[in-house]
Design a protein around this ligand. Structure first.
Ligand SMILES: Cc1ncc(COP(=O)(O)O)c(C=O)c1O
Length: 437
């Protein structure tokens, strides 16, 4: 038998310790999960913590979808790698219904969360990753793990941090023939904005001109405040993959189900991803796939659930934006999802006297002094000294709020105090902290 003598190997000066070969050196556990752990520790120590860190839906999974999961708990077989046929049909129909993109079940790939599908896409597709700054935290670590180049496109606060077509084109002009994948996310995490049709059309024009692959991350599509998501796929159908899933609009992040919708001409990419899927996660959990059919098929109960969710999120987004602006923060009007991205630069001088010079310092102090957990703008690709933070306005009992809301009536302060007291409390606490600086 061939036994490796580890003690001998360690003693040889030329052989490096095993950990030096790690492929993820320099990368930490996902930033969002880290803040969640820090908040939990403070809460356990008896402190009031306003949890605006982790971007998890506050709403329960719709009842009919939960029932579908219960009914299919006995499903135990491995399902097809690409996903259950009926689910892929439901996902194709979902995209026809919600953003007018007509594709078939054969164009759909189901995975254990859209995050995993994004990773596999970056693995099988060779090209630089192009993302706006700010962007969601996980795109670039995935590219780093795989060894891809990352190109961040700077965006401007006065454009609501929306990437403009000319900003994208400037990056392409540096090396026009380079293969690239652009990830565009709207409604957006971390900013809460979305893109207008004209902006999407212009970006699509640049993507087409330079032959870029576009991954349109539309995981928050159904939480567009007005329920009016337009996909960039409308303007660049041949080069756009649409990413969605159950995590945000169906409140089922922990169920781990994500979807990719490909144009027919990119079937080779879907096939390549399915090869990796077959050698890694195999298939998504069977009961979850059966339950997901119910969610993607939609119906009056899901429509009602979504219009209630949007009504609450819109009122909260607007109210908290007003409060933050009254404190001197600058931030764009939110248009969907459940995030805000305020800039505290107006308080820069006062913050500096307290030793706060970076967004990371700011978040640390907001958590320690005001009990408000949020994430630093630098985690989303902004410069370390820019005093931007991401707030997820999800710290409330979504089930109670959904039951209480009347979509025919505007949501008032009384409703917010009764159903979202921690969010009102978080704003009061930040206000007091700023005043006491
Ligand atoms: C912008 C964005 N994209 C993708 C994801 C991943 O979602 P999932 O892997 O749960 O489908 C998230 C989750 O936070 C997100 O915010």
């Amino acid at each position: 038998m061939n036994v490796v003598n580890l003690s001998k190997a360690r003693a040889t000066p030329a052989s490096p310790p095993v950990h030096l070969n790690l492929n993820v050196r320099g990368l930490d556990t996902s930033a969002t999960l880290a803040i969640n752990e820090a908040s939990s520790a403070l809460q356990q120590a008896g402190k009031t913590v306003y949890r605006l860190g982790l971007g998890q839906s506050p709403f329960p999974v719709p009842d009919s979808v939960v029932r579908a999961l219960q009914e299919h708990a006995h499903q135990k077989d491995y399902l097809p790698v690409r996903g259950l046929q009926a689910l892929r049909e439901a996902v194709a129909w979902f995209h026809v219904r919600t953003n007018g993109v007509h594709r078939s079940a054969d164009d759909v790939l189901i995975g254990p969360g859209s995050k995993e599908l994004m990773f596999i896409l970056q693995l099988v597709f060779y090209g630089d990753l192009v993302i706006p700054a700010p962007s969601w935290v996980s795109y670039s670590p995935q590219a780093s793990i795989i060894g891809r180049q990352i190109r961040r496109v700077n965006t401007l606060a006065e454009n609501g941090w929306r990437m403009q077509a000319d900003e994208l084109e400037a990056v392409c002009l540096e090396d026009p023939d380079r293969p690239r994948v652009l990830i565009l996310n709207y409604p957006n995490n971390p900013v809460g904005i979305t893109y207008s049709d004209d902006e999407l059309k212009a970006i699509a024009g640049v993507a087409e001109k330079y032959g870029m692959l576009v991954l349109s991350d539309e995981i928050y599509s159904e939480l567009h405040y007005e329920g009016k998501q337009t996909s960039i796929a409308k303007y660049y159908p041949q080069g756009t993959i649409i990413s969605s899933g159950l995590s945000k609009w169906a409140g089922a992040g922990g169920w781990r189900l994500g979807t990719f919708l490909f144009p027919e001409g990119l079937r080779w990419l879907l096939d390549a991803m399915a090869v990796v899927a077959s050698e890694t996660y195999t298939t998504v959990s069977a009961p979850i796939q059966y339950a997901a059919i119910r969610a993607f098929e939609g119906g009056p109960d899901i429509d009602d659930y979504l219009s209630r969710s949007r009504h609450i999120l819109k009122a909260l987004g607007r109210n908290l934006t007003d409060r933050l602006r009254a404190m001197g923060c600058t931030l764009p009007d939110p248009e969907g999802g459940f995030y805000l991205f305020p800039d505290f630069s107006a308080h820069q001088d006062k913050l500096k006297t307290k030793g706060i010079q970076t967004s990371r310092d700011l978040c640390k102090k907001l958590l320690e002094d005001a009990g408000v957990a949020c994430l630093p703008g630098t985690d989303f690709g902004r410069p370390a000294t820019e005093l931007t933070v991401r707030m997820a306005y999800v710290d409330f009992d979504g089930a109670k709020a959904l039951a209480a809301v009347d979509t025919n009536r505007p949501i008032d302060q009384e409703f917010l105090l009764a159903h979202c007291p921690k969010l009102v409390g978080a704003m009061d606490s930040i206000d007091n902290w700023l005043n006491d600086l």
